[in-house]
Design a protein around this ligand. Structure first.
Ligand code: SF4
Length: 480
């Protein structure tokens, strides 16, 4: 069963290529979702799982008398820093990540804690004590996926409803016993590889963004897709503005200071004085702004994940500010092209850091943004594919090691690096003719195999890398 709140065409699971998944269509509305921070897999996904389970309880009927949640693997190891506990509780209470007001969350949680009870799915009240009913099982990794949670509800007639959910990246959750029917969709230009995408783009004459736009027509009219993309762009832009206006210390206890506000006030206007570093400082600022908002639990666009949510908005803003003649249609082409590349990573590998490390998050976002920028700067399909490949090639092996389990260090700065690297990749590709040694398909497969070989302590567990080293240093050694 797939959560009704999540895309019904996206049953990706595990890092091995799934033959059935290759044949299944993914929409731009699956890839770009508006949710809350700090993590798509550890916050957005578990909230959706809790909400889906609450709905199953209501559908069963009867009188529930208790509900509990057990978090496994990466969800248990970094769950507190990623607000997984709070997300599950809110999901059980019926809240959805795209609808909840981030500013109301503290009060909602305080009420549940004070009442020692919650209303399942907004319906029947059941006792709930997070200290008793929410278990962080750090010893167990579920064989189905490293991000797994078990939800259990007992009824007064003795019936027990139990369901395992996998949070597979990008905010998508699937029930562990999901039986996914083949999608009854026939896209005009189906593709499951970079090679097939290039062939369609060339044969049809539509280019990469045009192929994606044509495929989206199986779900909705073209003007509706345009409206969706405009809403995504607006949400990304609003997130940048909020981040640039904010100040203070990020939650979680690391003492990380928000920097975007102060930097935005200190930077000279775009392009003033022709400072050679100006574009890079602005791009870094925009990425910082988004990821500080994400770390604060604010509203962000999952693109393709929350931890990597700053890369695409920063590069899109770079296009809009620093490219003469930038248009709203260019922004749509940017997002469609990025989506084409994101689909390939979802189909052929994974965008879950618990499976791929940070190469699957910031690396994928960099690859998507590189292709997108290359497209709106006039790149050919071959150059766009080259840009996407460069964007990943130099992120291969990137581990996930967030200090304290918080999506702050190295995550926030890492997005600035991903954005700048994406711009460099786009210009490198534009200087070539599209011919290159390593294909996009080859680099995606390399990322997948590297992720499979990576030790689990480097895959969103905070047991290795910076998370392990910095934990043993005095607190004033902590970055930022
Ligand atoms: S290190 Fe990368 S993958 Fe890990 S939480 Fe931070 S941004 Fe996400």
């Amino acid at each position: 069963m797939i959560d009704a709140d999540t895309p019904s065409h996206d049953p990706a699971a595990g890092s091995a290529i799934q033959p059935d998944l290759l044949a299944r269509a993914i929409s731009v509305t699956d890839l770009y979702t508006i949710g809350i921070g700090p993590s798509s897999s550890h916050t957005v996904g578990p909230m959706r799982a809790g909400r889906s389970f609450a709905r199953a309880v209501l559908e069963r009927g009867g009188t529930p008398v208790s509900v509990c949640c057990r978090l496994f693997g990466s969800l248990a190891l970094t769950g507190r820093g990623h607000a997984t506990d709070r997300a599950v509780i809110l999901g059980l209470a019926g809240w959805a990540p795209d609808a909840i007001d981030p500013d109301r969350i503290p009060a909602l949680l305080a009420t549940i804690a004070a009442d020692a009870a919650l209303r399942l799915g907004g319906g029947p009240t059941v006792p709930f004590d997070a200290g008793r009913d929410l278990v962080f099982d750090r010893e167990t990794f579920h064989p189905g996926h490293p991000n797994t949670l078990l939800l259990t509800c007992r009824f007064d007639d003795g019936f027990v409803l139990e369901r395992h959910y996998h949070s597979i990246g990008g905010g998508v959750v699937i029930a562990a016993d999901a039986v996914v029917a083949p999608a009854n969709l026939v896209q005009p230009y189906p593709f499951d590889s970079g090679a097939a995408l290039l062939a369609h783009a060339g044969d049809s004459g539509l280019g990469i963004a045009g192929v994606v736009a044509a495929n989206e027509t199986v779900w909705r009219a073209p003007d509706e897709t345009s409206a969706f993309l405009d809403a995504v762009r607006a949400a990304m832009s609003a997130c940048i503005e909020r981040g640039c206006a904010a100040a203070g210390i990020l939650p979680g206890g690391l003492g990380v200071r928000r920097r975007a506000g102060a930097i935005s006030r200190s930077l000279p206007p775009h392009g003033a004085g022709n400072d050679p570093q100006s574009p890079f400082e602005w791009v870094s600022l925009w990425a910082l702004a988004v990821n500080e908002e994400n770390a604060a639990g604010g509203r962000v666009v999952t693109a393709p994940t929350n931890g990597a949510a700053g890369v695409l908005p920063a590069v899109l803003r770079y296009y809009e500010v620093f490219t003469p003649g930038a248009t709203a249609e260019g922004a749509r082409i940017f997002l469609l092209t990025a989506a084409a590349i994101g689909f390939l990573y979802k189909k052929r590998a994974s965008i879950s850091a618990a499976e791929m490390g940070c190469q699957g998050e910031v690396g994928v976002a960099c690859s998507m943004a590189a292709a997108a920028l290359c497209a709106v700067l006039g790149g050919s399909p071959a150059q766009i594919e080259n840009a996407a490949e460069i964007g990943m090639e130099h992120n291969l092996g990137l581990t996930c090691d967030p200090i304290g389990g918080l999506v702050q260090v190295p995550c926030i700065e890492r997005n600035t690096m991903g954005a700048v690297k994406a711009i460099n990749a786009a210009y490198l590709a534009l200087r070539g003719d599209g011919q290159h040694i390593v294909s996009l398909d080859a680099v995606i497969e390399t990322m997948r195999q590297t992720g499979d070989d990576m030790r689990s302590k480097y895959k969103e567990t905070s047991l290795g890398g910076l998370a392990a080293i910095v934990a043993h240093l005095p607190v004033n050694f902590v970055e930022c």
